[in-house]
Each structure stands twice: as structure tokens, then as C-alpha cells.
Design a protein around this ligand. Structure first.
Ligand SMILES: [Zn+2]
Length: 307
């Protein structure tokens, strides 16, 4: 299955970063983002022409598509988008809903996920970075939503992205390591992941996290793609790796259970409802299915991920 987010290709929508100082957002086509949710209909983002823009508390320039500009608007009235609920099929959906298979993995779906991820990530960043980290003064959006500027000291603050690694580990029998995190629903298992710390490479973060969480060492740590994961501000950097260890030593706190599973076992566990995998569209799912050699059917469709 094609991963809708982990793409080596250029962005679908040209960000036109050189226009951020000059673009006229009043004439742009708008999508709506409100408290991490997006206005959508039938799995596609709803687009509003300039005359239908709501009053905005924040506007973010998303880029240029053919001959028009695109803007993400955070309505100043939080109930604006809720007014669409039940009317003509439009409704506010979480970004994860745009990941689900029913929305399609074609070019339109990828474009919408790209725009949606950008809008959701930047809305969250603005909401949590209202004050200058240097002097504490209230900052103001600038550069069409891509900067916050401090009026007291002139400092510019840029959106942050927190890298996290995720790794599909196989053993000498080509079994896959799956682990259960303490805060997940009971039967969810996935591959190991964790944040990159200052001073280490992505690969070193892989080695460290796996040693901390599963007590094993790795070889053949190999990059396998990345995926924006704005919940609230990550990019997942995917790897595969091998281990020769035959005993797991889980930390018992962050990870409470881990097992090595064969392809036959994973099919049986998922079919029995004993194992709930990461949702379609996540890089975790892609790495698991890449190891498996094809799509894995869910017992419970549209299962959401816990993050
Ligand atoms: Zn300041």
C-alpha cells in the first residue's frame, strides 16, 4: 500500500515562500482549521472563496496552486465551523480522519493531507508560542503566519518541528519486534519510537531508544522514509534495523510489553482481535506492512492511533 504521507517527492503545493511578505491573503482561497480540526466534506478539504472568508484570528499562507493562492484561516469565532456541521456534508474532522483509507490515497488526498498537516501544525504552534522566549512580551504573527515577531526586542520566532525516530526491528528469524506503551489502549502494539535528543544523530537516537525501551543492541540501522506528524509538532523519521539479541529487557514503565512476532503470528493475532495495529496512513503501519510484505487487514476498521 502506498503511504499517503511518507513521500520522497517535492511538495504538491508550491509554498512560494518568497511571497510570504507580500501575498494578499484577502484574495486567496481558504481552508478552515479550528482547534486542530479541519473543515472537510466527503474526505476532502472544503475550500472557501474570498467572499466567504470568516473573520480570522490567524491566517497562514499555504502557497500557490496553479494560479491561485491558498490560505489557512483560524476563525475568530470558534463556532464558525461548527455551523457547518450537518449542512451539506461539511464537518470538522481531525487530521487523522484524512489519513483513513476511505478518503483515498490519490493525488487529491495527498494534497489535502499536506495542506492539512501544515495548517494544523502551524495553528498549534501559534497557540503555544504567544510569548517571546527571550523577554516574555506578547508576540505577533508575521510573514503570513510563518513567523512570530516580538515587538519589544524585534526577535523573530520560527515554527518548531520535533524529530522523533521510529524503527522496525527484525531478529535472526525475521520476526518483528512489537511493543505496547503504557498509555495505549490494551491491545495496541506497534514498533518502537521516541524523540531525538539534542546532541545525537537520528541513528544514535534509534540505538539509544531501543536500548532504553527493549534492552537490545542493533545492527544495520537503515533510513526508510519520514512523515510529518503534527500531534502537535513532530516529524517521524523511519528506520529499519536488525538485532541478534534473543532476549528482550523492556523498561516496564514506558513499554510494558514487547514480543517478537512472525508473519503467521501477526495475521492470527490481528484476526483474533488480540493485536491492534497503527492506522493506515501512519509511517508505523507502512513499516510494519513493508516487513510483512503487503497490506494487513484490520479486524476493527478505522482504528485510531494513540499518541
Ligand atoms: Zn522579546
Amino acid at each position: 500500500m502506498r503511504d499517503p504521507w511518507s513521500r520522497p517527492d517535492p511538495l504538491i503545493v508550491e509554498r512560494a515562500t518568497e511571497l510570504r511578505d507580500s501575498v494578499d491573503l484577502d484574495t486567496a482561497t481558504a481552508i478552515i482549521v479550528s482547534e486542530g480540526r479541519l473543515l472537510a466534506s466527503a474526505g476532502r478539504l472544503v475550500e472557501l472563496p474570498p467572499e466567504e472568508h470568516p473573520a480570522a484570528s490567524l491566517r497562514i499562507y499555504l502557497g500557490r496552486e496553479v494560479d491561485r493562492d491558498l490560505v489557512a484561516i483560524v476563525p475568530s469565532d470558534p463556532s464558525f465551523a461548527e455551523g457547518y456541521d450537518g449542512i451539506g456534508g461539511e464537518r470538522l474532522v481531525g487530521l487523522r480522519d484524512l489519513l483513513q483509507p476511505f478518503t483515498g490515497h490519490g493525488p487529491e488526498g495527498m494534497r489535502d493531507r499536506e495542506l492539512g498537516a501544515t495548517a494544523v501544525a502551524l495553528e498549534a504552534w501559534h497557540a503555544s508560542h504567544r510569548y517571546c522566549a527571550r523577554c516574555g512580551a506578547e508576540t505577533e504573527p508575521a510573514k503570513a503566519g510563518w513567523v512570530r515577531r516580538c515587538p519589544a526586542d524585534g526577535r523573530e520566532h520560527y515554527p518548531r518541528v520535533d524529530p522523533a525516530i521510529i524503527v522496525a526491528i527484525t531478529d535472526a528469524e525475521d520476526r518483528l519486534l512489537l511493543a505496547h506503551a503504557a498509555h495505549w489502549s490494551p491491545k495496541r502494539f506497534s514498533i518502537l519510537a521516541g524523540y531525538v535528543e539534542p546532541g545525537e544523530t537520528f541513528e544514535q537516537a534509534v540505538h539509544r531508544e531501543v536500548r532504553e525501551e527493549a534492552g537490545i543492541s542493533l545492527t544495520e540501522v537503515t533510513y526508510a522514509g519520514s512523515q510529518p506528524w503534527p500531534f502537535p509538532a513532530s516529524v517521524m523519521v523511519g528506520f529499519t534495523a536488525r538485532t541478534t539479541a534473543d532476549t528482550l529487557h523492556i523498561d516496564g514503565e514506558e513499554i510494558t510489553e514487547a514480543r517478537l512476532v512472525s508473519r503467521e503470528e501477526i495475521v492470527a493475532l490481528v484476526a483474533d482481535g488480540e493485536l491492534v495495529l497503527a492506522p493506515h496512513g501512519s509511517i508505523a503501519r507502512r513499516l510494519i506492512e513493508s516487513w510483512f510484505g503487503g497490506p494487513l487487514a484490520d479486524r476493527v476498521p478505522d482504528e485510531r492511533i494513540d499518541v
